[in-house]
Design a protein. Structure first.
Lengths: 366, 269
């Protein structure tokens, strides 16, 4: 049984930088929670606070229901994998794995047994006598995982462990981590800036920006029901298209988000928030994959100018400009197969059910 | 090409005196100055060992070299210990007044021994340390330049190594000895050699605070040959060769680390 809880935790560094504001989060036993956000958002600070490498400015951190604010790192029974692996360069793999056990005064026989078991799990048997400099990125990563696992920690922390690997290896190690976590059922906190990693690994994903928790939920919840523009833009690849609009009642009493003078984005229903008036400034959100070039029933047709295309093999990202809208941010569509713009303008089709609506303060309305 | 020519000339300028010293030490004393200034002086017609025999006969060379090794070795060993800990504390630990102390250390680098020799003399006299090994060792263990070298090197070591060790359960002293020191061999070698070179040639301070042959180091031994008649340059050269030999050995053994250490501490050679 290992739970982790952050209760209204804040962190301000000596130079005045506020890294975390009133952050609260509870991680259940055996759960893998991914902290995701842009660089400098405070996600690594959360990990360092939990590890005891930094002190909290306010609030409490609890491991297994016990406040650990004043407890030194080695007594928290946690293990951490660092972004650059932090393997001891002067020790071979075996000594790297032995180091945490020596600190725990483990008997030699049981130490050898533990290392053999971990080496089997992570396929390190052939690497035990090599120094870190003689290992590839993926091998270093596995050794770092092994060093974290030998102590049998109650909480497992991973700080962007895949960021130094190439794309192919990243996908493979990602799958390995997921499989290992499911097998060992360790409570895990995983930090990344890559939303694909977050969506594929996390039982739950916490989206953080500027030291604040924007939303936490299952990956599908974050994708389908983003509670803010930031989450909508961050989750999804590419993120949601956000279009500044005004709320209006169109023909047939249908509510629309009017962008510029020419574009009416249909809404599936009237926004529930009663204080919203006609003419109110809002943001309409459309996922790139919700845009189609094929007409469907009750869908809106938009005429857009194609600017550029990015062919990705199985799909094409197409960048459009909508008429009468400031040409700062293009509308991105994710279209299946290879897309060839037929002439200057293209007809795009959007169903009202796929349109999101956000208040001017960035929170979701619809 | 012209660069190589210039470098070659510079190398010659540095090597010629050393060559003269070595060849002069193997010549009969009468020929040492007679042939000086000629190219043939580097290749003696007759090789003799009388100068070396003279050195051992005229002074207690074994005592001098023991004194130098003991004094320099102790300063190097204790200096590595104390200065590395100070550098580590300045680069990694957080404590009040750290920046002020660091500024003080940097300022101390530019103060030469000659500027503080007299007050230091009074101080050690007060302690009753004159004419001892202690007086030649203690004031030179803590060294601002060594502390600064360690400080800059430790700043460049990845902090994650120490953090990983903390999480693994290591206490600060264990982290320093098991993680930091093994990864800081180049700077330890650089500081050891620099300290050794400085202290091996130390002259002014031992001259001020010692008067007995029993505790005096080699540079004061060689100075004796200028004041004890007859003035024999062959003996001086032979003494010089024997004095320089340990330095060369130390440098050749640690050369690889030394170059690495000087490069990684950002100090220009």
């Amino acid at each position: 049984m290992s739970t982790v809880e952050f209760r209204n935790v804040s962190k301000q560094f000596a130079n005045g930088t506020v890294a975390l504001r009133d952050f609260s989060l509870k991680i259940n036993d055996g759960e893998l929670v991914v902290l995701v956000g842009p660089s400098g958002c405070g996600k690594s600070t959360i990990l360092r606070l939990l590890a005891g490498l930094e002190d909290v400015t306010a609030g409490d951190i609890l491991i297994d229901e016990k406040i650990v604010n004043q407890i030194i790192p080695q007594q928290r029974n946690i293990a951490m994998v660092f972004q650059n692996y932090a393997l001891y360069p002067h020790m071979n793999v075996r000594s790297n794995l032995e180091f945490p056990l020596k600190m725990l005064h483990t008997a030699k026989e049981s130490m050898a047994q533990i290392i053999s078991d971990i080496a089997d799990i992570l396929n390190l048997q052939d690497l035990l006598d090599r120094k870190p400099a003689q290992l590839s990125g993926g091998q270093k990563q596995r050794v770092a995982m092994g060093r974290a696992l030998v102590r049998n920690p109650s909480v497992f922390l991973l700080d962007e462990p895949l960021s130094n690997l190439d794309a192919k290896l990243r996908a493979q190690i990602r799958a390995d981590i997921s499989e290992l976590q499911k097998r060992l059922q360790k409570t895990t906190l995983y930090v990344t800036h890559d939303q694909v990693e977050a969506m594929t690994l996390g039982d739950r994903v916490a989206v953080i920006d500027s030291g604040e928790l924007h939303q936490i939920g299952k990956p599908t919840e974050l994708y389908q029901s983003p509670q803010s523009i930031f989450v909508a833009r961050f989750i999804g690849s590419p993120g949601m298209n956000i279009i500044a609009s005004r709320l209006q009642k169109g023909s047939n009493n249908q509510w629309v988000a009017k962008a510029g003078k020419l574009v009416d984005i249909p809404l599936s229903k009237k926004p529930a928030k009663h204080f919203l008036q006609e003419g109110e400034f809002v943001y309409a959100g459309i996922r790139p994959e919700s845009i189609s070039t094929q007409p469907a029933e009750k869908c809106l047709r938009l005429r857009a100018n194609c600017v550029t295309t990015e062919f990705l093999g199985h799909e094409t990202l197409v960048y459009f400009y909508l008429p009468g809208i400031e040409r700062k941010t293009p509308l991105i569509a994710r279209l299946p197969g290879q897309f060839h713009p037929n002439g200057k303008t293209t007809d795009l089709f959007i169903t009202p059910e796929t349109v999101y609506l956000f208040h001017r303060n960035g929170t979701a309305i619809l | 090409m012209s660069v190589y020519l210039a470098l070659g000339c510079l190398t010659l300028i540095f090597l010629v005196p050393v060559g003269m010293m070595i060849s002069g030490s193997f010549k009969p004393d009468s020929l040492v100055l007679q042939e000086a200034g000629q190219l043939t002086s580097f290749f003696p017609d007759e090789i003799v060992l009388t100068n070396y025999q003279d050195v051992f006969a005229r002074v207690d060379f074994a005592q001098y070299i023991f004194n130098s090794i003991y004094i320099t070795g102790t300063i190097v060993l204790f200096g590595l210990f104390a200065n590395s800990l100070a550098g580590y504390a300045l680069s990694r630990l957080h404590w009040h007044g750290r920046k002020l102390i660091l500024a003080g250390v940097i300022a101390l680098i530019i103060i030469p021994l000659e500027a503080i020799a007299v007050p230091l003399f009074y101080e050690v006299t007060l302690f009753g340390w004159r004419n001892t090994y202690l007086v030649q060792i203690v004031p030179f263990i803590a060294n601002a330049f060594s502390i600064y070298l360690f400080y800059t090197f430790f700043l460049g070591l990845p902090r994650e190594l120490e953090e990983a060790a903390r999480i693994d359960g290591a206490k600060p002293l264990r982290i320093f000895t098991c993680i930091v020191v093994p990864n800081a061999k180049p700077v330890f070698a650089a500081v050891a050699i620099l300290t050794f070179l400085t202290q091996w040639g130390s002259f002014l301070w031992p001259l001020m605070v010692t008067h007995s042959e029993n505790v005096r180091p080699l540079p004061l031994g060689i100075a004796l040959f200028y004041t004890l008649p007859p003035l024999q340059w062959g003996d001086i050269f032979a003494f010089g060769v024997m004095m320089v030999l340990p330095v060369l050995v130390v440098f050749l053994v640690f050369q690889r680390w030394f170059v690495q250490g000087v490069a990684s501490t950002g100090m220009k050679g």
